[in-house]
Ligand binder design. Structure first.
Ligand SMILES: [Zn+2]
Length: 306
């Protein structure tokens, strides 16, 4: 009798173990890890670099770990993921899409630049060609030389990590703008609550872009954002949309709606298109209002450009 119970227990235990291992394998896509060097860190997530003689990762890793602890607590999980730091010249061998150095996330991986991102190089060049009075406000935050990786890498890596918290459960949201809003709200909430010293790094560049107006955006409707998501939008146009979401995220989190992040996370997962039919704008608005909060439905209803 005893032996049977023991055998059963062993069977159940090893079954759980296999399921768990299998689950982790399925979640983190390791096919893009080959050829990378593993860094030894104090953190629970795996860190891989394309070149271990470039030492630019310590602060980013510390910030990511703090964000992980913050998000784990809010979403009541212990998310497993890998962080990859890739040089621009190696980008196409390990990342899912260009441009080199711009943070991205997918299939359990957060992929970051190891040297200066191409996007920062280009934007810095563009900005510093303007008369200095236009960009003088950036200097106290991003330095005399203006290092925009302090925004593009340090800040956006948190936005990308937040995406993994819903990607784990589903990757087909009702709307792309909802998932972007979620990641930006999560990022804003973390920086404001738990990483306040980096608030200026997160906030100054977006405010600068927002103040420069709508000229850079060819497309401005939410419908265009859905249809043209990333690939059919110029980088400036995509950024314009992200900055609109940032403004909305900021005012929602600043109004102290503490449980709205949890509700939006649940909503993204429960209405994922792998489980449910696509909702019309009217249906979406109604459900957002009752299941998440009026503020989110208002973004859809009050979007400036129709
Ligand atoms: Zn995003």
């Amino acid at each position: 009798m005893k032996k049977t119970i023991l055998t059963n227990l062993i069977a159940i235990f090893s079954c759980c173990l296999t399921t768990q291992l299998h689950c982790q394998e399925a979640w983190i896509d390791t096919s893009i890890h080959s050829g990378l060097i593993e860094l030894k860190t104090d953190y629970s997530f795996k860190t891989l670099v394309s070149n271990d003689s470039i030492k630019t990762t310590a602060e980013t890793l510390n910030n990511l770990n703090n964000a992980k602890l913050y998000f784990d607590k809010i979403f009541q999980t212990d998310l497993d993921f890998a962080v990859l730091f890739i040089e621009n010249k190696e980008w196409n061998n390990h990342a899912y899409f260009p441009p080199p150095g711009l943070p991205q996330a997918g299939k359990g991986n957060v992929i970051l630049g190891l040297d200066k991102s191409v996007i920062s190089q280009e934007v810095e060049k563009m900005i510093t060609q303007l008369p200095e009075q236009y960009w003088a406000s950036l200097k106290p935050v991003y330095g005399e030389e203006i290092d925009l990786d302090l925004f593009y890498r340090e800040t956006l890596s948190i936005h990308e990590l937040a995406h993994l918290y819903h990607f784990k459960e589903g990757t087909k949201p009702q709307r792309k703008w909802l998932q972007e809003l979620f990641a930006t709200m999560s990022m804003y909430s973390f920086v404001k609550e738990a990483s306040n010293f980096s608030f200026e790094l997160m906030d100054t560049y977006p405010e600068f872009v927002i103040q420069s107006g709508d000229k850079m955006a060819e497309f401005k409707t939410l419908k265009d954002f859905e249809e043209k998501y990333v690939k059919k939008l110029s980088p400036q146009n995509y950024e314009w949309y992200q900055m609109q979401f940032y403004q909305n995220a900021k005012s929602i989190i600043d109004s102290n709606k503490s449980d709205i992040l949890i509700k939006l996370h649940e909503f993204l997962i429960n209405t994922d298109l792998s489980k449910t039919e696509i909702l019309s704008d009217l249906e979406l608005s109604t459900r957002l209002k009752t299941e998440v909060g009026k503020e989110i439905a208002d973004i859809l209803n009050n979007w400036k450009y129709k």
